[in-house]
Design a protein around this ligand. Structure first.
Ligand SMILES: CC(C)(COP(=O)(O)OP(=O)(O)OC[C@H]1O[C@@H](n2cnc3c(N)ncnc32)[C@H](O)[C@@H]1OP(=O)(O)O)[C@@H](O)C(=O)NCCC(=O)NCCSC(=O)C[C@@H](O)CCCCCCCCCCCCC(=O)O
Length: 719
């Protein structure tokens, strides 16, 4: 709702009241319409101020309303009525004015912002465009180039930047509402024609066509199939080329297309999923709201390879004191140099001082004795990690949390090496750890809610999206990656090429196809794991047994490449060839194609034509099936956890919502039916066998994803 009061005798003050972010719900819009009518009809009132309660102007349209039948006064006519008002209307912007909130402010005649406020049009991130006149008013106010930037990226700008653009008229460090009220008194009675943005001409730079072309190309290149960024460019082009009313009509048409597209539904789901993962729970019943974290002031990182360096940078940049340990003096010096460089480059980008003094380097594990939390990031070797945990347990002060950055080893085994297994959790970062947003916080059977809460909070403080997951081989992300990689290899055996598989996956929206991704992360990583598991055997004999290991179909293709020293980008050869080791430009490799031909001939495999559909279905549905197993096993609390992990950690296209949401868009019954089909064709591939939870969900009429938890609970209770 909105509250109307009269202040200072002549100013009508409209306060938006819809916690937590004063979203423009039907009740708020009704309140604004009613209050405006009152303000315009009261003769004592000479001007109006619109503000939001609790220091927040507005977070924009109420996203929750988008899913259902819209009611209440529509936003566009409401904003038009404000702009057309005969008395000056001033927006008093505190906190945030985003999306529809900023569009409301653009309909006002003046905008006063607090110096700490941020404004923006983030609709593109929800698969929409600023559809309440924002795409038409913003370019008229701040010019086409700046408007294109804000609208196509959705980025928020500070009040100072907004002032520079001319987006706000004044900024203040004082009470914004008081300043706005005084301002409103001053401008009362002044002519308003020159303050109505919709009447402004849209000033374009001389090379505006070139600009639109360039932006469109950039947007197409980076959108990975998302349609909203393209519609945003088209809407701003309409502002630049059409009269306001026609521009608004174009905005409406484009918005209608976006509004009914699956992409906006996926992105809205994802918006709430990101917030849902913060409300973590454990099978024991421990939850985010009943488990208090302990403050961490000083942390340590053990092992300064690629991951350890990134983690150290992430911690130092967030203001934590860090003890960085590497046992070999030479490696320590190299790491110190690399970390300093990373900090300096990051600081330069952000215009701040590098946090070099936050880090103390040491060769001795004793130097972590007084820290609150340790993150072990040594080589992925269980015996080595166990030794480190034994040492840490002996050295660290009582109560120190001991965390491992393992990407899939058993947290419980590590916990067992320590005196206080309840203080042990996994903190699985993704490379590069100072850049990637995702953190899997892994709890074992002994991990305490205190340890989970502390790791989750630390993750948040260093800017990560943290997802709490249970302990199993590969946790959530890498566990689901296994069937995906496996299917990709099987497809090569059956006739596909790495280029074709990658092309299909990249067209789907992945930043990189599976083979390019393997080349980037290094083929040797998985090879070592398979050797440790007894799967990769050097010089296997030819014949059927080579492709059957531990009772199931196995493809040794990756192992064979590694045996040739083809580890991917770092060696200049992998599934592709590269100009030199370390180069990132992947080129098809004729050697690889002959190798595949010879391999197929050796194993009497006849290459067949494989189409897009089969690549997508086998790679994605097998991964999704594993996701259902993860839910069934209680490793992830809900589908949102899996989807957030896949979007932030594995470049799953956000506009498809994540693998589990994607399954709902395909139709769970179709996923089930196709898995059954492929499992029949490949009975020796267990990952294609549909899991019980998927069957149960289909049997329950494929409820919406928000209702899955109820079915999951039932399935778990029956297990
Ligand atoms: C606001 C934030 C920056 C706050 O961040 P913070 O970290 O402090 O807190 P949280 O993110 O955890 O949020 C707290 C809490 O609030 C919920 N929430 C936040 N924003 C919204 C919102 N806008 N709506 C609803 N709920 C919101 C959030 O979910 C949390 O609650 P939870 O229970 O989940 O923990 C940050 O939250 C943020 O960035 N928010 C999003 C801001 C945003 O994206 N705003 C834009 C919204 S879209 C919009 O405004 C659209 C408008 O341009 C115009 C719409 C016009 C509509 C007209 C419809 C036309 C339809 C066309 C069809 C035509 C058919 C035809 O013509 O034929």
């Amino acid at each position: 709702m909105a509250q109307y009061t009269r202040v200072s005798g002549s100013v009508g003050l409209i306060t938006l009241q819809s916690p937590p972010v004063n979203a423009l719900s039907a009740a708020v819009r009704q309140g604004i319409v009613d209050s405006m009518q009152r303000a315009l009809s009261e003769p004592e009132v000479k001007s109006v101020v619109i503000c939001g309660q609790n220091g927040i102007f507005s977070g924009g349209a109420d996203i929750k309303e988008f899913g259902g039948q819209m009611s209440g006064p529509p936003l566009i006519p409401m904003i038009h009525a404000i702009e057309a008002a005969s008395k000056p209307v001033v927006a008093a912007i505190e906190g945030i004015a985003l999306g529809g909130g900023l569009e409301l402010a653009l309909g006002c005649h003046y905008r006063i912002a607090h110096s700490k406020a941020r404004v923006g049009l983030p609709e593109v991130t929800l698969g929409l465009l600023p559809g309440a006149g924002g795409s038409q008013r913003l370019p008229r106010l701040i010019g086409v180039p700046a408007a294109l930037d804000l609208i196509t990226t959705g980025r928020y700008v500070t009040a100072a930047e907004a002032l520079k653009f001319g987006l706000v008229d004044q900024i203040t460090d004082h009470n914004t509402v008081n300043v706005a009220v005084k301002f409103a008194q001053r401008v009362a009675g002044q002519p308003l024609d020159a303050r109505r943005i919709s009447t402004y001409p849209c000033l374009c730079p001389p090379d505006v066509d070139v600009l639109f072309e360039e932006v469109m190309q950039r947007v197409r290149r980076t959108a990975r199939g998302a349609i909203a960024p393209i519609a945003c460019v088209q809407a701003v082009r309409a502002a630049a080329t059409l009269p306001y009313n026609q521009g608004m009509e174009r905005e409406r048409e484009l918005m209608a297309t976006l509004f009914t597209s699956g992409q906006t539904r996926a992105l809205q789901y994802f918006f709430f999923a990101q917030r849902a993962v913060g409300r973590w729970s454990m099978p024991s019943g421990a939850r985010w709201d009943t488990s208090k974290p302990r403050p961490v002031h000083k942390a340590a990182v053990i092992g300064l390879g690629t991951m350890g360096r990134g983690i150290t940078v992430a911690l130092a940049q967030a203001g934590f004191s860090v003890v960085a340990v590497e046992t070999q003096e030479k490696q320590l010096m190299e790491a110190k140099q690399a970390i300093s460089g990373m900090l300096e480059r990051g600081a330069k980008r952000r215009g701040v001082a590098p946090a070099l003094d936050k880090i103390n380097y040491g060769c001795n594990i004793q130097s972590v004795a007084d820290v609150d939390l340790v993150i072990e990031a040594v080589f992925e070797d269980m015996a080595l990690k166990k030794k480190v945990f034994q040492q840490l347990s002996a050295v660290c002060k009582p109560g120190t949390f001991l965390c491992s950055n393992t990407s899939g080893l058993d947290i419980d085994q590590l916990a067992c090496q320590t005196r206080n297994p309840e203080l042990v959790v996994g903190m699985h970062f993704f490379a590069p750890a100072h850049v990637m947003k995702l953190l899997e916080v892994v709890y074992g059977p002994k991990s305490s809610p205190l340890a989970v809460a502390t790791a989750m909070q630390l993750g948040k403080k260093i800017g990560k999206v943290s997802v709490a997951v249970g302990n199993c081989r590969g946790f959530v992300g890498n566990r689901m990656l296994k069937p995906y990689l496996e299917q990709a290899l099987f497809l090569l055996e059956e006739g596909a090429t790495p280029e074709f598989v990658d092309q299909v996956l990249e067209e789907f929206g992945f930043a990189m196809g599976v083979f390019r991704m393997s080349d980037l992360s290094g083929l040797d990583v998985g090879w070592k794991v398979r050797m440790a598991d007894g799967l990769a055997v050097p010089n296997p004999t030819t014949g059927q047994a080579t492709r059957l290991r531990q009772g199931r179909r196995y493809s040794p293709l990756g192992d064979l490449l590694c045996e040739q020293g083809r580890f991917g980008q770092k060696t200049g050869r992998g599934w592709y060839q590269y100009n030199k080791p370390g180069s990132q430009v992947a080129k098809p490799d004729p050697w690889l194609h002959s190798f595949l031909d010879e391999y197929r001939a050796r194993h009497t495999l006849v290459a067949r034509r494989i189409d897009h559909q089969e690549v997508l279905e086998r790679c994605l549905y097998s991964m999704i099936n594993e996701g259902f197993r993860i839910l069934e096993d209680g490793i992830a609390a809900g589908p949102e956890d899996i989807d957030v992990i896949y979007v932030f950690g594995y470049s799953w296209p956000r506009h498809r919502g994540g693998p589990m949401f994607y399954a709902t868009t395909v139709g769970l019954n179709k996923v089930l039916e196709r898995l059954e089909h492929y499992h029949q064709a490949h009975p020796d591939v267990p990952s294609l066998q549909p899991c019980d939870l998927l069957r149960k969900l289909v049997g329950s009429g494929s409820p919406p994803i928000q209702k899955w938890r109820e079915v999951i609970k039932k399935v778990r209770s029956q297990l």
